[in-house]
Design a protein around this ligand. Sequence first.
Ligand code: PGA
Length: 255
Amino acid sequence: MTKLTKKVVIGNLKMNGSLHFNEKHFSDIKSGVNDFSDVDIGVCVPYPYLFQAQRIFQKSNIFWGSQNVAKDSDGPFTGEVSVSMLSDFNAKCAIVGHSERSTAYCESDENIALKFSALKNKLMTPVLCVGETLIEREAGIMERVVASQINTIRKNYGKNIFADSIISYEPIWAIGTDLAASPDQADHMCSFIRGLINDTENNNVEGLKIIYGGSVNSKNALQLCGLESVDGALIGRGSLNAEEFIKICQIVNSI
Ligand code: PGA
């Protein structure tokens, strides 16, 4: 299990890159963040490039992972990739529940909960994405939507399943739009999630990181990641440009 003790920046490359592109991109990121010791940095790559991420990042301060994982451990599940297959490439984390998957591939909260638990069973770090649509925000039900996503996991496995995990609050309207949540909105929702999981008993789940994702760039990273309630960021487009990604890491490193 990767113990994350600092603010975290994770790149989500989505379905981008190629062997050729990654070779330079990963190497540029590796040398650019080499000196940053006050931020934990990860990169989530498409499955076929896990071996390349492993080769380039293995002697660096960067961990790597995937953008999805199977809920089952093995068997007749064409096209799926299990947690232990990810471990074969020393992957430390996997994104689960990203809205681009749950919307396009109709992934249910129950499925996401199973994937979350499969990762925890093999001591990998789940990066769980939760967030509301614009319509849900305008209707003022964002807390209810996010609570229901999280509670599906909690009711099946208890709150301690969230120890040493990452939850990324990603309002769907902010992803890929250049319309990041305001610091107030991010603060409110990240605090809400923390309160929901830690409830009233005052015994906090250990090692839980709550980060923000959705149009984070080097211009807004300080405002968003500087908040006490926000433990870092999940970066989509900004992770496709090494210079921009390094700049974001540098900003978070300096907080
Ligand atoms: P974005 O994507 O930074 O391009 O908005 C974030 C995400 O989908 O994780």
